[in-house]
Design a binder for this molecule. Structure first.
Ligand code: S3P
Length: 165
């Protein structure tokens, strides 16, 4: 099975993904890191050169590549935790792309890292450089952007989750 981690920016997907991979003895891929390597550019550069729509297309292509490489090894073991073949930490906005939602629910056991907005705000305030959608924002402006974007996504996070932590 493939375990995917979803959740808002700052929820801890990258950190927890690495820990989970270690304890399950499974490889770990962080999709943002994969995209940066694949494109040879920082996420922020991709956003400024290609806008969010361009980034979402690249994000989908990279997610498909990764799944294609891993799915065939264990096609029907979605619930088998003893045979986890991959842990993948996904970007916070991947759930806004319908094709990605479809891939997440068909091919992964999806864990939603639910995090309250005050915690997210305190983690992101002063730390938005690699978060293209929030870059340069702080204080009240950052808080209201977080609330708005989270409200747009929360339903997707909840409906995709096989497990909520
Ligand atoms: C994004 C989250 C980022 C990254 C990109 C867009 C988003 O990943 O994919 O900046 O739209 O929420 P993290 O959730 O790992 O910060």
């Amino acid at each position: 099975m493939i375990i995917s981690l979803i959740g808002f920016m700052g929820a801890g997907k990258t950190t927890l993904g690495k820990e989970l991979g270690k304890s399950l003895g499974a490889p770990v891929i962080d999709l943002d890191e994969y995209i940066e390597e694949y494109e040879g550019k920082k996420i922020s550069e991709i956003f400024s050169e290609s806008s969010e729509a361009g980034f979402r297309q690249i994000e989908l292509n990279c997610f498909e590549n990764i799944l294609e490489e891993h799915i065939s090894e264990n096609p029907d073991t979605l619930e088998d935790f003893t045979r986890c073949t991959l842990v993948i930490s996904l970007g916070g906005g991947i759930v806004t792309t319908p094709e990605c939602r479809d891939l997440i629910s068909r091919f992964t056991y999806c864990v939603y890292l639910k995090c309250d907005l005050d915690t997210i705000f305190s983690r992101l305030d002063g730390n938005t450089d690699n978060r293209a959608l929030l870059a340069g924002q702080q204080g009240e402006s950052l808080r209201s952007s977080i609330e708005r974007i989270f409200a747009e996504r929360e339903g997707y996070y909840l409906s995709l989750a096989n497990k909520i932590i």
